[in-house]
Ligand binder design. Structure first.
Ligand SMILES: [Zn+2]
Length: 236
């Protein structure tokens, strides 16, 4: 995403949190941009976990889903290590058929209660990317289920168990940003993290995987006075 706005830069996102849960639909969803913020946060001592709805088993053309699930799980584990993620959980929803059901909301609520994040990061779950390309059903449905599951975590009657209502902010990456984060210290780790999705990226393009990863991460950043910034749409 290239910043073509004129006028003053976006305000800095508040830094009043010490734990972050990234909730997304597929392996590689965190690595296409969020990873630079994750690396900056873990370097600063914040606790970060990833919660993935699926194993992305329908994501590689010509590769049987049972094989693909194993490949992509391993790639995701390696990607997490590069940016210091301490917890990786898969909910094993069906890739390509994720629905915002009460059951999925309940699973997300349980994970939110377990990890106790103060910030939740989501991938764009609007209907389009910048008004130009349609977003996928999985991204739309998972984002909505996450928002609702976070609310459910705060109600012991909707989801039995001890309530947790400590999520102070939700930050959405890939939607029209309202705030920015200085991710300068996390950029190289983010490139390394995306590079871990080697089989997935190799299937998408003949371009060397490292080159694809660096171009993708660069496309998400804005720069000012030698620092790199990532934008988020902030709620709460
Ligand atoms: Zn995805």
């Amino acid at each position: 995403m290239t910043d073509t706005r004129v006028g003053p830069p976006l305000p800095h996102m508040p830094d009043d949190f010490s734990s972050v849960l990234v909730i997304v639909a597929h392996p590689d969803d965190p690595e296409y941009g969020i990873g630079s913020a994750v690396a900056a946060w873990t370097r600063a001592g914040k606790r970060v976990g990833y919660l993935l709805a699926s194993r992305g088993e329908a994501g590689i053309a010509g590769m049987d889903p049972s094989v693909c699930a194993t490949v992509r799980t391993k790639e995701q584990e390696a990607a997490c290590r590069e940016v210091g993620v301490e917890s990786l959980v898969f909910l094993d929803e069906p890739d390509g058929r994720i629905l915002a059901t009460p059951q999925l909301r309940t699973k997300i609520a349980h994970e939110v209660r377990r990890f106790r994040p103060e910030l939740v990061v989501l991938l764009n779950f609007q209907s389009t990317w910048g008004g130009r390309f349609f977003n996928s059903a999985d991204h739309r449905n998972l984002g909505q289920a996450a928002v609702d599951g976070i609310a459910d975590a705060g109600n012991e009657w909707i989801v039995p168990g001890a309530r947790y209502d400590g999520v102070g902010h939700i930050a959405e990456f890939g939607a029209d940003p309202t705030h920015r984060i200085d991710v300068t210290d996390g950029v190289e780790a983010a490139v390394a993290s995306l590079t871990c999705h080697r089989e997935y990226l190799s299937a998408l393009s003949d371009e060397p995987v490292e080159q694809q990863a660096r171009a993708q991460i660069d496309s998400t950043l804005t720069h000012e006075e030698g620092r790199s910034y990532l934008g988020f749409r902030l709620y709460g």
